[in-house]
Ligand binder design. Sequence first.
Ligand code: 5AD
Ligand code: FES
Length: 367
Amino acid sequence: MFGKTTHIIQKNTLTKDDLTYLISLKGDERDYFLKKIGENYVQTLGKKVFFRGLVEFSNYCTKDCLYCGIRKSNQSSDRYDIDDDEILKAAKFAYTNNYGSIVLQSGERNDPIFIKRITNLLKKIKDITDGKLGITISLGEQTEETYQAWFEAGAHRYLLRIETSNEELYYKIHPKDTNHNFQNRINCLKSLQKVGYQTGTGVMIGLPFQTYEELADDLLFFQDIDIDMIGMGPFIEHTETPLYQHKDKLWSLQRRFDVTINMIASLRLLMPDINIAAATALQAIDPMGREKALKYGANVIMPNITPTIHRKDYTLYENKPCTDEGAEDCSNCLNIRVEMADREVGYSEWGDSKHFFSRTSENNKAF
Ligand code: 5AD
Ligand code: FES
């Protein structure tokens, strides 16, 4: 039964055709594939799942990505910028609740005031948490100098999704201007690796015009650039964005969800030692979405610890979950959810990407 899937799982080198086959699986063969990957990955990586407390501290953005609800041109987005004191409180919360790490994320800004502010904030977070709270940042495209300054201030992981590794598709979902340049995004990933960050990227799944073959290429791109961490989730159309006009061309939400889980499981097969996050967008489609991702390959989850009053305004996509719960509710709920997925939380651990250490000990062969 399911000879082809069994054969692919046992191969040493996966081709684009193999990955395309796995990503597009449906029905019983898909169930079989997911079950196998779930079992294999627990044997090699163990059951531990790591928390990253997510603080979405501002939705001001200088960019205009055609899919994103907080794009600059969306006049109906209520803009906010959380005070440093409140961000520090959230960091302290993560620390005292043994989360191990936080992620600071916001819309993209490159002005000197913002850059300096982040540098100071990173230092303060390190100070108030005895240097023990791991800090990931996700603040878009910056110069190598800025990446370096933030690294020296205490951030050690950086997330910058490529969104799609296909240049043509990239320009269908971004304005074609100097502010949204595909090559620059790739160069940013290279700079991050050069500076010494554990580097994360990712893509959206089920974009208008996107094919299974392109998604297979995305996975090979991750392998090619020797990435340490991945966060990828389903595309969810937002009414106040230009891409909404293509809503009739989209796969059903369920299909986007299923293919995302297939992508996670296929990536786990391709890159067994990287960190893979269970994207929050999965939960916007299926209430148990993130738990399913944990079962089939993901090992990182990002509880939202943004102060509740602002959560509803960080609407990259609609139907975003957990926008009205406090941080306490979120972590209690998540602990139970992780256990339900037959995984356990690695409390107080940074949960660094194992791949990063093997990559850097091989004398940095990245790119
Ligand atoms: N649907 C799904 N994900 C989205 N993102 C932005 N807009 C959407 C959307 N409409 C994702 C992008 C970005 C991350 C912070 O959120 O991949 O990198
Ligand atoms: Fe803000 Fe894309 S719209 S970075």
